[in-house]
Design a protein around this ligand. Sequence first.
Ligand SMILES: *Cc1c(COP(=O)(O)O)cnc(C)c1O
Length: 370
Amino acid sequence: MAPDLDPSTVVVHAGRPERVPNAPVSDSPVFSSTYVAGGDRGYGRFGNDAWTAFEETLGALEGGRGLTFASGMAAAAAVCDLVPVGGRVVAPIHAYSGVLALLDQQAATGRLHVNRVDVADTEAVARAVVGADMLWVESPTNPAMEVADLPAISAAGRAAGATVVVDNTFATPLLQQPLALGADIVMHSATKFIAGHSDVVLGAVVTADNELWTALELRRRSLGAIPGPMETWLALRGLRTLALRLERSQSTAAFLAQKLLEHPRVSRVRYPGLPDDAGHARAAAQMSGFGAILSFEVGGDAEFAQRICESTKLWLHATSLGGVESLLERRRRWAIEVPTIPDDLIRLSVGIEHPTDLWADLEQAFTSAT
Ligand SMILES: *Cc1c(COP(=O)(O)O)cnc(C)c1O
């Protein structure tokens, strides 16, 4: 594709079949576990047209080559498997709890060592990464919404000889391109904004480094964490409308962040789009938008927070994020969530409903929960 196209155009046109007479406009999933000998396909665990179309589109957006996995966690596990036995990973204090649990499990068996740092503290990251094999970053972080200085910490990671990995799930490939900011590998839970309709579990990685890509593809084959063809087809179908979905949900997120800030029962709002947010300047410098996830706290009252989550009529009380429907949850309801995440923190995943309806329902939930 032409290099000067806007990402909102690339997301529609990348990864399409070649424009020749009678060619389909979109690729179809191939439901076959094996292929007739003589070509390069071989077997269903090695490739599928629907994977390729999805991977090419994601690769075009992130500026590298994509690889899809059975879930975000399968992608994360393949990436962590790149760490040599006994090696060291620098990981965030706050990040997706499943990834942190995976690293803890591997540390418990002696497979690798983990150092946890506040990724918003650039100096601390730079100190910790000396001698490390991998720097794992999330920005903005789930669900604390901290913003890491991606160019600075990627440079520090690379200088130390560590592989720099960014979980870009919250920002999406439209709002932030970590490879261009210096990362080696981008990881996605495509379950979230990419697929966008809460109907598929899927993951992906993107890298511009062919050696890393080959090492990850080998792990996909050998660990067997492959997606179904239907999942990647659904995800690509969802990805085509990401720019429109984000435009709506991100502007609603900004509106809700402001409304929450003004609400008497709210003690803190975490959204990098707010001018007073600690991550605002960094996010403005490295992202083309502030995204559609925000968190807020209600003065330390976890039970009140829980009742709010149980009192909405429009917002769905459910985990996950990035779908067209708005979701909320108190993150600490999960035993796996990091204990430094406040007990009364509610994470909002803003969907594409009308902003006024979403705010009215939240206000109503505050009143019912009081
Ligand atoms: C959901 C999520 C994951 C895990 O992805 P799955 O698709 O659920 O396996 C990883 N990182 C972040 C930031 C997530 O939100």
